[in-house]
Design a protein around this ligand. Structure first.
Ligand SMILES: Nc1ncnc2c1ncn2[C@@H]1O[C@H](COP(=O)(O)OP(=O)(O)OP(=O)(O)O)[C@@H](O)[C@H]1O
Ligand SMILES: [Mg+2]
Length: 245
C-alpha cells in the first residue's frame, strides 16, 4: 500500500558536485512521528531540503512519493500545496513584509482560497494565543528581530494555520529554553491529536522526546542511514554519543 505515507526511496543527492546523501530510504506514515538524529554535518538538513525541493540540492537518484504520488521533481510551492511543510533550522527574516500579510498570502495560496481579512485575523488571534505569541507579532516583519524562541513559535504558527499532511521540523527545539521546548512539544502534540499528520523531527536533544513519543528513530551518519530503531535507540545515543553505537 502506497497511500497515506511520505516515502523516501533510494535518494542520493549532491550539492556543488559534492555527494551528500547516499541511497536514503525511509518512510513516514500519516499519523506517525519519525525522529531523525545524527552528528553535525551528517546530512539531516539536506534531507529536509531535498524533501522540500530546494533547487540547490541536486537529486541524482531515487524518488519521493506523497500518498502514492511521485513528487520528486515538483517545485517547492507545488509540494507545499500537496501538503508538505518544513520548518527551517534557521528561519529567514523578510523585512518589509508583516507576519499577517505573509501568513494570509501563504494561506490563500496553499489553500487556493481568498479568506477575508476579518476571518483570517480571528484564526490568527486564536492560534497565536495558543502559542503564547503576543498579538504585536502580527504587525512585525517576518522573523525580523525575533528571538530564537519566537522564530520557532512563528514556524509552529504556520504549521497550525496551513494544516499540512506531512511536516518536517528541523531542530524546532534548538535555541529554546526548557519552558519553550515544553510549550512547543505540547502544541505539537495538540496539533497531532486534532489532525492526522506524518511528522519528521530532526533533533539533537532528548528534552523534546520527553514529551513527544516517536514511532521510529533513524540515525544518519556521513549521508547514510546507519541505524534504525525505536525510542530506546534515541536514548542510547543521547547517553553515549553516536560513536559508541
Ligand atoms: N548548500 C550547500 N553548499 C555546500 N555544502 C552543503 C550545502 N548544504 C549542505 N552542505 C554540506 O552537506 C553536509 C551535510 O549538511 P547538513 O546541513 O545536511 O547537516 P546536518 O546533519 O543538518 O548538521 P547539523 O546537525 O549541524 O544541522 C555538510 O558537510 C554541509 O557542509
Ligand atoms: Mg541541520
Amino acid at each position: 500500500m502506497n497511500e497515506n505515507k511520505l516515502q523516501i526511496k533510494n535518494i542520493s543527492c549532491r550539492v556543488n558536485d559534492t555527494q551528500i546523501l547516499k541511497n536514503i530510504s525511509f518512510e513516514i506514515e500519516s499519523g506517525k512521528v519519525v525522529v531523525l538524529m545524527g552528528p553535525n554535518g551528517a546530512g539531516k538538513s539536506t534531507i529536509s531540503n531535498v524533501l522540500m525541493g530546494n533547487p540547490k540540492y541536486e537529486v541524482t537518484s531515487g524518488t519521493i512519493m506523497l500518498n502514492g504520488e511521485d513528487i520528486t521533481d515538483l517545485p517547492v510551492n507545488e509540494k507545499a500545496k500537496k501538503g508538505l511543510f518544513m520548518s527551517f533550522q534557521s528561519p529567514v527574516e523578510i523585512s518589509g513584509i508583516t507576519m499577517t500579510n505573509f501568513l494570509r498570502t501563504s494561506y490563500n495560496s496553499l489553500k487556493n482560497t481568498n479568506i477575508q481579512l476579518g476571518e483570517f485575523m480571528k484564526l490568527l488571534k486564536t492560534n497565536m494565543a495558543e502559542l503564547g505569541l503576543d498579538s504585536k507579532f502580527r504587525s512585525r516583519f517576518v522573523n525580523s528581530g525575533f528571538s530564537g524562541g519566537e522564530k520557532k513559535r512563528a514556524e509552529l504558527l504556520q504549521l497550525m494555520l496551513f494544516e499540512p499532511k506531512y511536516v518536517i521540523l528541523d531542530e524546532i527545539d534548538s535555541g529554546l529554553d526548557v519552558d519553550g521546548i515544553k510549550l512547543v512539544s505540547e502544541m505539537l502534540n495538540n496539533i497531532l491529536k486534532k489532525r492526522k499528520m506524518g511528522v519528521l523531527i530532526i533533533t539533537h536533544y532528548n528534552k523534546i522526546l520527553e514529551y513527544i513519543k516517536p514511532d521510529s528513530v533513524i540515525v544518519l551518519k556521513n549521508g547514510e542511514i546507519s541505524q534504525t530503531g525505536g525510542i530506546e535507540l534515541a536514548h542510547k545515543i543521547l547517553e553515549s554519543g553516536f560513536n559508541k553505537q
